[in-house]
Write a protein that binds this ligand. Sequence first.
Ligand SMILES: O=P(O)(O)OC[C@@H](O)[C@@H](O)c1c[nH]c2ccccc12
Length: 261
Amino acid sequence: MNRIEKTFQLLNKNGSKAFVPYIMAGDGGLDCLPERLVLLEQFGAAAIEVGVPFSDPVADGPTIQQAGIRALKNGTTLKDIVAKIAEARSSVNIPIILMTYLNPIYAYGISSFVEDIQNAGVDGCIIPDMPLEEEALIAPELEAAEIELIRLVTLTTPIERIKQIAAKGNGFLYTVTVKGITGVRNEFDGDLYAYLKAVKEVSPIPVLAGFGISSQEQMQDLTKYCDGVVVGSKIVELFSKNNLQEMEDLMSIFKQKSNMA
Ligand SMILES: O=P(O)(O)OC[C@@H](O)[C@@H](O)c1c[nH]c2ccccc12
């Protein structure tokens, strides 16, 4: 069984919710990636989304964009990231999910990409600019390698399409909570909770909410309606300020789960 599936089975059994932090690989130098992964697991992460820096990150807000620019300035490449994950894999028990736009995968070569991330122990992949209609490009190879393709739905996705996407049944459904790009928000649309509830009702796989989340209050509100949260910009900001205490405090409500992996 894939690590992602196993993780959600355990969370479910314990009645716990998932905290999935996003980090930008190469921000602060690629050498610190393994220690950051280990730290996030210790703080209570259920899985970690590792972002690949890219020059045209269409879904990224200012915090993630800046982190991407810093990582690119450090000379970070997808090849080096995959090698670093391979190096870190034996010290990390929780699932590692690689988030990259399609272009770097193309440049790498689809088959070698899948083969290399499989060997590195990557458990899942998020490719935000690849719609359902285009995924035949890579989905069969990922499936053969037992790597979960994590798909996104948004506030504007019709429910019939959400059903179709969720029915693919990989990993979890990434439900985007805002009409816009990544980045910390103070409040969400009033209809968000009803939408999350509707997504949860039609999804045979776990539903995670992501985009704009930075406080424990938001996390507690949202996880009433879904199985967990993805937090990117806030985590990226705290790493760049080296504010590990605030990170540990923020994640503390999820911590009891860290020992189950
Ligand atoms: O930064 P936020 O608002 O907390 O949102 C998570 C997000 O950063 C991360 O999941 C992510 C970063 N870049 C993306 C592009 C598409 C989808 C998701 C992402």
